[in-house]
Design a protein around this ligand. Structure first.
Ligand code: CA
Length: 440
């Protein structure tokens, strides 16, 4: 699972599905599996439900007002008040110490984003596709039982499994208690880490796992599905019946837990995640916005066609769809449906959701993209995004705080500037736009 801190926390329930990021957010929120040899990527956070980082205060300026030991003593009282037994707390914290590497990861602000096409190349590697195909056969009985229980398609489950931990291979090797304690003490979002830490102690107290084996990413995402502790508490299940919800060691438990979460996120069994489309030569690109939804039939009336001129997938005509342009109007376009939005609740990155979606189709030979990516147009760097925001605001297109994050305000400002130039108003930040604003 998916997002924003750094490696994956599956299931982050705090994210509004409608706010998905149209840009290359994925590059900044890699999954645990991304960190691995399969692809040379920087890795980031975790999936499953990570709340958005508030850009307001400068995160690099955070200075604790107490020592780690003082913090721990205070937190112990809070944990005990929350029902954690003293002996359990003391055992869980027996070897805990401040981990500076966690803070460095939490505060890193990458200057460069990986282009979405490179991200997809890594996520959809032939090796990963083949391994997923093998596992779909190997776990056929379990996957069938999970489908029947939760109504979530097996290809999607195996795809999430591959994206989150490369099918259990890369789950993170840090002590979850240690990482979360460090983040609760000095991280950018101490309140969030505090809640996760209490949840992690509750998991230990329930006996699902021992402190020594409770391992995960620096951000506290755990196991084969990279669930954060609160998501684990609400959605992890014991599917193999051994009495423990073991998302670390039991593929059955991990896959069923993922299914349970996707079910709760609105998964519609048998429905496509969406499909690739093409736009007519003259199209109102301001409609390419996750917040704008129309039925597939309405999109068709607006001139949206299938890449090969065929019909849309059967039964989708009246489904609610949004238009996704991962690399702006020059790149491939997709209509995305409920199941895509369910995946976004796992990890709120459109690139991540696209990778999960396409990978799930690659297992049966599909998932290829007809459109071509604008590879001559690399994503803007963080510095360039901040400059773009500053220039937009200086020209009275309010881009909000120049924080380098392309959110709804900035996209709206970009669309206004694009319209003033007579360009397609897709809201996508490009070097051409930056240069035009510089010379204005
Ligand atoms: Ca179990």
């Amino acid at each position: 699972m998916p997002p924003s801190l750094s490696r994956r926390w599956p299931v982050r329930q705090l994210i509004a599905a409608s706010s998905f990021i149209l840009l290359v957010a994925c590059a900044e929120k890699p999954t645990a599996a991304d960190a691995q040899p399969l692809q040379a990527a920087p890795v980031a956070p975790a999936p499953a439900i990570v709340p958005p980082v508030m850009p307001s205060a400068n995160p690099l300026d955070i200075q604790p007002t107490q020592t780690f030991e003082e913090w721990q003593a205070g937190f112990r009282k809070e944990a005990l008040a929350a029902g954690i037994r003293p002996e359990l707390f003391d055992r869980a914290f027996a070897d805990i110490s401040f981990d500076a590497s966690v803070i460095r990861a939490d505060r890193s602000q990458p200057e460069f984003s990986r282009p979405v096409w490179e991200y997809l190349d890594g996520a959809l590697s032939p090796l990963r596709v083949r391994k997923g195909q093998t596992l779909i056969g190997q776990y056929a009985d379990i996957l069938q039982s999970i489908e029947q229980r939760y109504g979530v398609d097996r290809q999607a489950l195996v795809s999430v499994w591959g994206m989150e931990s490369n099918f259990g291979q890369f789950q993170g090797s840090k002590s979850v208690i240690n990482s979360l304690a460090t983040l609760a003490y000095e991280g950018r979002r101490p309140g969030f880490a505090h809640a996760q830490l209490i949840a992690a102690l509750q998991i230990l107290q329930q006996g699902d796992i021992t402190p020594e084996k409770m391992l995960g990413s620096w951000a506290g995402a755990m196991g084969q599905t990279q669930f954060i502790p609160t998501t684990y508490n609400t959605h992890a299940v014991d599917f193999d019946g051994d009495g423990r919800r073991d998302i670390w060691g039991s593929p059955a438990d991990a896959l069923a837990s993922t299914a349970h979460y996707l079910q709760s996120s609105g998964w519609q069994r048998g429905q496509p995640w969406g499909f690739e489309v093409q736009m007519p030569t003259s199209f109102n690109y301001t409609l390419a916005d996750g917040a704008i939804r129309k039925t597939v039939a309405e999109w068709r009336q607006l001139g949206v066609i299938m890449p090969n001129g065929g019909e849309v997938p059967a039964g989708t005509g009246q489904l609610s769809a949004a238009l996704l342009l991962p690399a702006g109007h020059r790149g491939p376009a997709f209509l995305i449906l409920d199941n895509f939005r369910a995946i976004l609740k796992y990890n709120n990155s459109s690139s991540y959701a696209l990778a999960v979606s396409l990978l799930s189709e690659r297992f049966s030979g599909g998932g290829l993209i007809n459109g071509s990516w604008p590879k001559d147009d690399l994503p803007l760097s963080r510095t360039e995004r901040m400059e773009l925001q500053t220039l937009l605001s200086a020209r009275n297109y309010d881009a909000g705080t120049a924080d380098g994050i392309i959110g709804a305000n900035t996209r709206k400002a970009i669309r206004s500037a694009q319209q003033s130039f007579g360009w397609p108003a897709d809201g996508y930040p490009t070097h051409k736009l930056l240069e035009s604003l510089r010379s204005q």
